[in-house]
Design a protein around this ligand. Structure first.
Ligand SMILES: [Zn+2]
Length: 199
């Protein structure tokens, strides 16, 4: 204590002490001012942060809304895709049905062609038969005019041959002056059946 009293009583020391006190005061004022500005700056920053947080929260909410909207759209698209896939499958089924029907159609066309061919053959045969019927009618007329029409089918014989034939027999193509009679008459006259036309 004595030392402090000595220091205070010394006017030169008193100047130094008061200068130190002034410095201390200045420093403390400066530091409190600095603290105050720091606090207000921190408060400002906090306010800024709060407003930024609010902004971000808004943004997040908007994004959530967009996300749920997109999810709904996505669901719609998925439904559409499912529908399209079902359609595609159905189309595939239809295609295979079309192929099947085309095969059936081709088979039926082939049947139709063969039927047409056989029909033409039948028509040709009918025409041939009609011609031979005409010629046999002519034969009948000839034989009936000759007055020999008793028993069995009509056959014909050549001037020199030992066989009796159908009038259409191929062996008769060059023969002339054919005689017509019934099969029984030909047999009775000693003629034998031709082995070519087999009457
Ligand atoms: Zn013959």
């Amino acid at each position: 204590m004595q030392k402090i009293k000595d220091l205070i009583n010394n006017p030169r020391n008193l100047k130094v002490i008061s200068a130190i006190l002034v410095i201390v005061c200045l420093v403390s004022v400066a530091s409190s001012y600095g603290n105050g500005s720091t606090i207000s700056k921190l408060k400002e920053t906090t306010n800024l942060n709060d407003s930024k947080i609010a902004e971000l929260e808004d943004t997040i909410e908007n994004l959530n809304t967009e996300t749920s909207e997109l999810e709904v759209r996505n669901k719609d698209k998925k439904t559409q895709i499912d529908q399209l896939q079902a359609d595609a499958k159905e189309f595939g089924d239809l295609e295979s049905q079309v192929e099947e029907l085309q095969e059936k159609n081709n088979a039926l066309q082939a049947d139709l062609d063969s039927l047409k061919a056989s029909n033409e053959a039948a028509a040709h045969e009918a025409a041939t038969q009609a011609t031979s019927a005409e010629s046999s009618t002519a034969s009948t007329e000839v034989s009936s005019s000759s007055g020999s029409s008793s028993g069995g089918g009509e056959v014909c014989i050549t001037q020199t041959g030992a066989k009796y034939h159908h009038s259409s027999c191929s062996t008769l193509s060059r023969s002339k002056n054919l005689r017509y009679m019934s099969t029984s008459e030909a047999k009775a006259a000693g003629y034998e059946a031709c082995k070519v036309c087999n009457p």
